[in-house]
Design a protein around this ligand. Structure first.
Ligand code: AMP
Ligand code: ZN
Ligand code: FE
Ligand code: FE
Length: 289
């Protein structure tokens, strides 16, 4: 049964990327907040969906498929939220696997650079820090601190890992057009995540022309003024005004879940804009089984 009222938090992270909690624990927390729907949007990873959906069914919470893609656009890093796509879509999963492999080999190169600079850290220790999530420079920095090569996380970046520093290796970046195509091919829709952080209105208009269907209006980094500003823009350009807590847990923003949410109607709007060849939405397929 899908509820027609209530609220949704459409931006939470699990331990499949950099969140603290397993999908099951997240859904329990979402349930404790009395929310009707949610979407786990891990960074470049969709593997939380099955577990989240399974527990969603138990707690009567609708779980949309979701992902937060890190893309590169016009020399900037941009986060794109994909919703209500077919999580079994082959192109999407293959691309995400490839992306993860690139991140691993990049981390390996950084570790090699550090060894050549006289800091032999263990690549296994770095991978262990990342857990199931995507490995990156923060994990390398933590190992450098632990092994006593630097005094602090920040020193690791300032001396070795920062963009123009000796151990740095550029990251393989997904182009905006690739991200939009992937999600669209899988039947989903794309929204700009937390636009208030960097994006200007002109950029937003270009993104809309490129096929963005929504903008994240409610987000902990948006003040009242930007919430109003983006809400007006969403209305003006017929975009879905999404939102959520960007909950990661484990010391980071532990209390934000349930405080940043959107009316359930937003979920209906997303589903209206997404397209599936079989006419069904993935979350509904799980509900019916
Ligand atoms: P990566 O995705 O591997 O390039 O790592 C990016 C992450 O590293 C960012 O999200 C930050 O947490 C961290 N980071 C990047 N640059 C710096 C910096 N100059 N100082 C501290 N942390 C940084
Ligand atoms: Zn994150
Ligand atoms: Fe983000
Ligand atoms: Fe996020």
């Amino acid at each position: 049964m899908i509820k027609d009222n209530g609220y949704a938090d459409l931006h939470i992270h699990s331990n499949r990327s950099d969140g603290y909690y397993a999908p099951k624990e997240l859904i329990e927390k979402v349930a404790a907040q009395g929310l009707k729907a949610t979407a786990v949007v891990d960074h470049d990873d969709i593997s939380a969906y099955e577990e989240a959906c399974f527990y969603g069914k138990k707690f009567d919470i609708e779980v949309l498929t979701g992902v937060e893609l890190s893309v590169s656009y016009d020399q900037h890093d941009l986060h794109i939220l994909g919703y209500d796509f077919d999580y079994l879509n082959q192109e999407l999963s293959e691309y995400l696997t490839l992306f993860k492999e690139h991140r691993i080999s990049r981390a390996q190169k950084i570790v090699e650079n550090l060894a050549n600079l006289g800091m032999p850290i263990s690549f296994e220790a770095v991978l262990e820090k990342a857990g199931r999530g995507t490995v990156g420079r923060p994990h390398i920095a933590s190992v450098l601190v632990e092994d006593g090569f630097v005094y602090s996380f920040q020193e690791a970046f300032n001396k070795y890992l920062g963009e123009d520093k000796p151990a740095h290796v550029a990251k393989y970046k997904m182009e905006l057009a690739t991200a939009l195509n992937l999600v669209k091919t899988a039947g989903g829709i794309c929204c700009v995540a937390h636009p208030g952080l960097r994006l200007k209105q002109d950029d937003l208009l270009i993104l809309v022309q490129k096929g963005i269907s929504g903008i994240e209006v409610i987000h902990p980094n948006h003040n009242e003024e930007s919430v109003n500003f983006f809400r007006d823009l969403a209305k003006k350009y017929n975009l879905v005004a999404t939102g959520g807590s960007d909950f990661h847990g484990g010391g980071k923003n532990e209390n934000s879940l349930g405080k940043f949410k959107v009316p359930y109607d937003v979920v209906l709007q997303i589903k209206e804009k997404s397209v599936h060849h079989d006419g069904l939405h993935r979350s509904e397929i799980w509900y019916d089984n």
